[in-house]
Design a binder for this molecule. Structure first.
Ligand code: NIG
Ligand code: FE
Length: 408
C-alpha cells in the first residue's frame, strides 16, 4: 500500500454537483493498493486502520485525475503540412478534400505504411501524451477504409491496449469518408461496412464504439443511421462527428440513436442541443480542430446551461488537429468557448470518461477507482490552464505505477 502525502491540492473531480465543482481538497493524501485508490482525503485524517504504508511526498504540488483524451485518430500514416499551408492561404478543408487531399490523402499514406510502422508511430505518440498527464486515450480507425486496412488499424490499438501502460479504448470509424474504390457506389460501401466490416470487428472484439462523420461530403444522416443500426445490433454504441462544418442534423441523430457522445458541434442547432440534453448525450469539444479549421467555437455555455456535459479532447489527427496536447485543448476551451478552468478539467477527466463509458473505473480520484493521476507543477487549476507551458506535468501514474517523471 502506498501513501502519497503533502499534496498541495488534491483535485478529485468527483462527478456530483455540476461540472464547475472540482471537489478539491487542500493539504491532502492519496492511498492506493494493487492499482486502485483506497483512500483520498486531508493529510491529518489518514485512517490508522490502513496498515503498513510506503510513504511518498508530493512536495506540495497539485494532483489531478489522469487526463482522458476521449477523441483521437491516433494511428495514421504520413502528415499533411502541405494542406496546412494551403488552408492558411485561404483554401477550405472541404475544397482540399474535394481535390483528393484531406482524409483520402491520409488513407493512401496509412495503407502504404503497414501495421508495424503504424504501431511504432502510435506508440511514440502515446508516450508523449503520457508525459502530459494523459492516462487514457480513445482511438479511432478511419484511415484504412477497406475491411483489411480498418482491421489493421484496430489491431494496432488492440496491441497497444494490451501492452499498456496507457489505457486505449478503440472505436471503428469505417464511416469516415467514402473511399475512392466506391466513389460511384455509396450503397456498396455502406453494405461493406454494415455486412462485412462491423460484423468482423464485433466478432474479434476490436472496437467498443462505432463512429461516423455526418457532414456534406462525408455521410448523410440517413446513411449514418444505417451504420449505427448495424453497430447497435452487434453491441457497439454510437459516437458521432456531428455539425463540425455545417449544421447537418448530427446532434439530433446522436440523440435519436442513443449515442454515448456527439463530438465537434461547432454548428449545433438549438434543437440539437435540446435533443442531446433529453437523451443524455455527452458533447465533446475539440477546440484544436476548431482553431486549425477556423470554425466558430462550440457553444459550450449553451450546452452546459441546457444540462449537457461537455468533454474536452484533442481530436489528434494529421488534418484538422495535428496536436496531441490535451492541456492546450483545455486552455483553448477556456479562452475560445468560455468554459471555466474547472469545467475544462472535469471535461478532460470525469466527463471524458463518461464519453467513453469508463466513468465507473477512471476520471476521478475516489475510493475504488483506478490509481491514475498526474502531479502538476501549479498551485491550482486556474493557474495551470492560465499559465500555458510546454508541460506542467511532473509525474504520471497509471494503475498505481509511475510511468513518467519530468524534471521537478
Ligand atoms: O475529426 N472530421 C472528420 N475527421 C477528422 C479529421 C480527419 C482528417 O482531416 O484527417 C476530424 O476533424
Ligand atoms: Fe475527429
Amino acid at each position: 500500500m502506498i501513501l502519497l502525502r503533502n499534496i498541495g491540492l488534491l483535485v478529485t473531480c468527483r462527478p456530483d454537483s455540476g461540472q464547475n465543482n472540482l471537489h478539491a481538497i487542500p493539504h491532502a493524501s492519496l492511498v492506493w493498493s494493487a492499482g486502485r485508490i483506497v483512500w483520498a482525503g486531508p493529510d491529518d485524517q489518514v485512517p490508522a486502520t490502513l496498515g503498513t504504508l510506503v510513504m511518498e511526498d508530493a512536495g506540495g504540488r497539485m494532483v489531478v485525475p489522469g487526463l482522458v483524451d476521449c477523441h483521437t485518430h491516433l494511428a495514421f500514416g504520413g502528415w499533411r503540412a502541405d494542406e496546412f499551408a494551403r488552408r492558411v492561404r485561404g483554401e477550405s478543408y472541404a475544397e482540399i478534400a474535394r481535390s483528393g487531399g484531406g482524409i483520402l490523402s491520409t488513407v493512401r499514406a496509412t495503407r502504404a505504411a503497414g501495421e508495424a510502422v503504424l504501431a511504432a508511430r502510435a506508440d511514440e505518440m502515446l508516450t508523449r501524451m503520457m508525459a502530459l498527464g494523459v492516462t487514457t486515450v480513445e482511438a479511432k480507425s478511419g484511415y484504412g477504409l477497406t475491411v483489411a486496412d480498418e482491421l489493421m488499424l484496430l489491431r494496432v490499438y488492440q496491441q497497444l491496449a494490451a501492452r499498456g501502460p496507457v489505457r486505449v479504448v478503440p472505436t471503428v470509424l469505417g464511416a469516415h469518408t467514402v473511399p475512392p474504390e466506391f466513389a460511384s457506389d455509396r450503397a456498396g460501401y455502406l453494405r461493406l461496412l454494415t455486412e462485412e466490416l462491423l460484423p468482423r470487428v464485433a466478432a474479434m472484439e476490436l472496437a467498443r464504439y462505432c463512429d461516423a462523420f455526418v457532414e456534406q461530403g462525408a455521410f448523410t444522416v440517413e446513411e449514418a443511421r444505417q451504420v449505427f443500426r448495424a453497430a447497435s445490433s452487434l453491441g457497439m454504441r454510437a459516437k458521432l462527428h456531428a455539425d463540425q462544418l455545417t449544421s447537418s442534423g448530427g446532434a439530433e441523430l446522436a440523440a435519436d440513436v442513443g449515442a454515448v457522445s456527439a463530438d465537434h458541434l461547432e454548428h449545433v442547432s438549438d434543437a440539437g442541443i435540446a435533443a442531446m440534453a433529453a437523451a443524455g448525450v455527452v458533447a465533446v469539444s475539440l477546440p484544436i480542430a476548431s482553431l486549425y479549421l477556423r470554425q466558430p467555437p462550440l457553444p459550450a455555455r449553451k450546452l452546459l446551461d441546457a444540462g449537457v456535459p461537455v468533454a474536452v479532447a484533442t481530436d489528434f489527427n494529421p488534418g484538422s488537429a495535428p496536436s496531441y496536447h490535451l492541456p492546450l485543448a483545455m486552455t483553448l476551451a477556456c479562452t475560445t468557448q468560455g468554459m471555466t478552468p474547472a469545467e475544462a478539467l472535469k471535461g478532460a477527466t470525469i466527463v471524458a470518461a463518461r464519453a467513453i463509458g469508463e466513468e465507473a473505473n477512471i476520471g476521478s480520484l475516489e475510493e475504488g477507482k483506478a490509481a491514475d493521476f498526474a502531479v502538476i507543477d501549479a498551485p491550482d487549476v486556474d493557474h495551470w490552464l492560465y499559465h500555458f507551458r510546454p508541460n506542467a506535468c511532473v509525474r504520471t501514474v497509471i494503475g498505481g505505477r509511475t510511468v513518467w517523471r519530468g524534471s521537478e
